[in-house]
Design a binder for this molecule. Structure first.
Ligand code: NDP
Ligand code: OXD
Length: 309
């Protein structure tokens, strides 16, 4: 039975080719040419319109085209008895690790200050800090947060991370709970957010939590825009408490033309581009789950809808 593909930003052709290499018998139907909705067995989707999944009576599994699944869970009509699988893609993990390391190094090596000096033709060396004296915090130690942490640990940064359950990752102090969150925040000169967007994490980066960062800290949000209370971040930037932010994700995407982030000198705006799902590397895990489901085995990376990730 066929798989329905739905995504506004993704080109279906590389997906059809890559899935075909792993599952030559899989018929892929690209929305809106879905034929008879009764036929559809799997849905591989990014931001599906409300009601689309509920209209597929024989759906066996919903496969997210992203690591985050809030774009699917936001539809109150999604069939609750159908497993929802998030994407784990080695290509996405590599891309995210590259981006996080690049931006951490950018702040660690004081590049914003050197860029300002260059604009003013100032030739001046700024003291260099050894990575072991640079405290970096990671919120979320899942597939992406743990990979980024391991890469940062290889430079020798002084790392602390926060997750819901206890973790053991070489080279990083791991904490949980509200006390753990504040312990991570209070020591993080550079804070990376790689949490999923859930009821518990929406607005988690507000005046209180961002205010708990040390004076002059930098924020890298590569998770979801709704983790940040934008006015609180802007106030803390205005006050100089936060020296700079790299924002890849926003409450409203594309970021509206009149949003203050566009022109804020200390904010780097990225168009949700820190890491892409690549069909070349992602198709094998999608195909593996389809095979597992067909042979009655449990699928991997199934979302707990109560937890929201
Ligand atoms: P995972 O589900 O693997 O990891 C999520 C992590 O967050 C886990 O460590 C989890 O803890 C922790 N967590 C969740 N809720 C809480 C909470 N309430 N308190 C403390 N810790 C919590 O997700 P991924 O690493 O694969 O992806 C993370 C997010 O990154 C995605 O949900 C997505 O929003 C975003 N993303 C953004 C991209 C971009 O292009 N900007 C690309 C890809 C993903 P525990 O381990 O204990 O469960
Ligand atoms: C994802 C994303 O969740 O690209 O994978 O944002």
């Amino acid at each position: 039975m066929p798989l329905l593909f739905y995504s506004e930003p993704d080109d279906p052709v590389p997906w059809i080719e890559a899935l075909g290499e792993h599952l030559p018998d899989l018929e892929v139907r690209v929305w809106p040419e879905i034929g008879n909705p009764d036929d559809i067995e799997f849905a591989l989707v990014w931001q599906p319109p409300r009601g689309l999944l509920a209209a597929l009576p024989h759906l066996q599994a919903i496969l997210s085209l992203g690591a985050g699944v809030e774009h699917i869970l936001a539809d109150p009509d999604i069939p609750r008895n159908v497993p929802l699988v998030r994407l784990v893609d080695p290509g996405l993990t590599t891309g995210m690790t590259e981006f996080v390391v690049m931006r951490v190094l950018h702040y660690h090596r004081r590049m914003p200050e050197y860029e300002a000096q260059r604009r003013d033709r100032v030739w001046q060396l700024l003291p260099q800090t050894h990575p072991s004296d640079r405290r970096v915090g990671i919120l979320g130690l899942g597939e992406l947060g743990s990979a980024a942490s391991r890469a940062l640990a290889s430079f020798g940064f002084d790392l602390a991370g926060w997750s819901r359950s206890a973790k053991s990752i070489d080279g990083i102090a791991t904490l949980q709970g509200e006390d753990g969150l504040f312990a991570v925040l209070e020591r993080s000169e550079i804070l990376v957010c790689l949490l999923p967007l859930t009821r518990e994490t929406e607005g988690i980066l507000d005046a209180t939590t961002l205010g708990a960062l040390p004076q002059g800290a930098h924020l890298i949000n590569v998770a979801r825009g709704a983790h940040v209370v934008d006015n609180d971040l802007l106030s803390l930037l205005d006050a100089g408490h936060i020296s700079g932010a790299t924002l890849d994700v926003f409450r409203n995407e594309p970021l509206p033309d009149d949003h203050p982030y566009w022109t804020y000198p200390q904010v780097m705006v990225m168009p949700h581009a820190s890491a892409w799902t690549l069909p070349k590397t992602a198709a094998s895990t999608v195909a593996d789950n389809i095979r597992r489901h067909r042979s009655g085995k449990p699928m991997t990376h199934v979302v707990n809808p109560e937890q929201g990730y």
